[in-house]
Design a protein around this ligand. Sequence first.
Ligand SMILES: [Zn+2]
Length: 108
Amino acid sequence: MPTQNLDILDYCPSCGGYNFIESLEPETSLHYGRLTCNECGRFVKWLRKPRKTPDISVARLLNSTGLEPWEKKFLKAVVCRNLTKAEVIVVQAIANKVNPATVGRGSG
Ligand SMILES: [Zn+2]
């Protein structure tokens, strides 16, 4: 079974087809890409830019003051490896707490 992207429709609202084409828009476009039906060619929806993993330095966070003991423990555990999605969320939350001014701004 292919994993379904929950962000896209299950079927074409026009013809009920299940085949979609994802195409990227030019850089100048407001949109990242578009989804069109492979059956009838109808425009289905705009695609959002995939979220990039935020660039948060775990090592730097570890040096922050005001960390809870579990937070320190957690950061030490993940500092040397790639974060999973769930861990990124936790790291972000910690970063937001200790450094609210520098996190959470979109980079465009
Ligand atoms: Zn269609």
